[in-house]
Write a protein that binds this ligand. Sequence first.
Ligand SMILES: Cc1cc2nc3c(=O)[nH]c(=O)nc-3n(C[C@H](O)[C@H](O)[C@H](O)COP(=O)(O)O)c2cc1C
Length: 496
Amino acid sequence: MAEASPEASESSERPAPDAGIPEQAVGDPTALAGASETDEGAAPGPTPACDFWDALYTRRSVRKFEKEPIPRELVRQVLHAGIWAPSSCNYQMWDFVAVDDPAVNAELARLSAQMGNAPVNVVVAYGRDFSEEGWANVQSASAAIQNMSLAAHVLGLGTFWITQMGDREKVRAVVGLPEDRLVVAVLALGKPKGEPRKGPKRRPLAQVAHFNHYAGRPIPSSANPADWAADLLATYQRARVLNGLRHNKPRAWEVAALRAALDELVPEGRDADAGKALRWLDVLPCTGIVTAEVNRARPAFAIDVVERTREVAEFAAQRTVPHGRTFGWPTSSALPAPPESAYAVVSCFYRLENLPEAARGELVQAMARWVKPGGRVVIAYVNRHSFHDLTEWLRERRGGPGGVEYVLAPDPNIGPFESLEPRAVETLCAQSGLTITARLGLQPVPSREEIEFRTRNFSKRHRRLSASIAWVLGVLGRFPGLATRRGRFQYVVAER
Ligand SMILES: Cc1cc2nc3c(=O)[nH]c(=O)nc-3n(C[C@H](O)[C@H](O)[C@H](O)COP(=O)(O)O)c2cc1C
């Protein structure tokens, strides 16, 4: 990446971009802004040379920034790149408000924590009533944002694009934009802290690009497992896991539930000194979050994983110490099948919910083959007879992400998802020749602080409603009998 030093800019200065500006480009905006022609066309800051493809490949969203302020000359240069974007009808109805006053940024951060990261937040707005057809206003503003992101990168700065800004009308009011301006996004801008992460991979060109006629099979926009072919689910999960899934951190209350379940259902294997004498197979671990927790909680087990693709299997296996062996399911996968009758424990945590009904049966049958006689199959699943479906419905109702968008986002729900009937799970076990020897239901509830944080952008009414639901769920969790029947997380242990 080129350095943004003044020396670099002097030695590599390219012709000012106003040379040869088409006539229609200089007219309107200059008049509207009351600026001179030179202001509009010439670069206000350094324009370091940088290979286009290099800039394209090395730009990354940066979310950690140095605190130091950014010289306005550099900020102006970034904004200048914005005005060189195309816009619908060449209206150029964008406005950029670069906030570098810490007090104003603090006000923005109160609306969304995302605006509390960078020394500069560029609020990008567009004339609300211009180019509404086909959302061309949003598209024009987006083109400007992408120009600014690339320019910032070439100038040695980092950016990240913020849509989750809370109430955009409040953002507009904080920076004093008039009502007829639509705030499209905010671009956080600053000097990156630390080395850029390795870039998330891109979906292969062959999957997304077509000539003349679309010839692909799209990832379904449906949260219903029945709508997903097995290979599309494999492709989707591979992309989510490898392309930098953000929701790949365990939530404290879910980890606590897992530990409580293990203590009751798999009490052995806590002794790290015992070596890796016992073998555990974790089935469809996806991000491997749960696998890593099992690894920490039961160090006497060597944990292998079985996944749909080699890449996801390797990703999950790398979260265990030592790294587990990798196997494939279904059998068409490029990986070998796990050995039969080999494992003391075969577990599947919240993955049956991803599968259509027939595939659930096939998977439980395969698990019954992989476990050794006298070993245990442990299945964790989300209970249909719990508050799960209601709380998901509420989340959607309050205008938050819902349906496929939400379901596909957080772990463990990576892919289509539907909660399961306890009786259906018991039938699956029986049909696979497994006898259920233990059951446990738990109702983990986030702490009050966590709930307050997660609902901070809700309306007052929905915040209160969420807190009440959490209270009810907490009470429910204190009665083991109720939690067993109504708890969101259900666990069954079955033996061959
Ligand atoms: C329209 C759009 C909205 C985005 N909104 C957010 C956001 O609200 N918060 C965030 O952290 N990142 C946001 N991003 C950044 C993406 O997460 C990021 O571009 C993506 O993960 C790819 O990573 P890369 O930019 O490093 O290539 C957004 C990106 C786009 C294009």
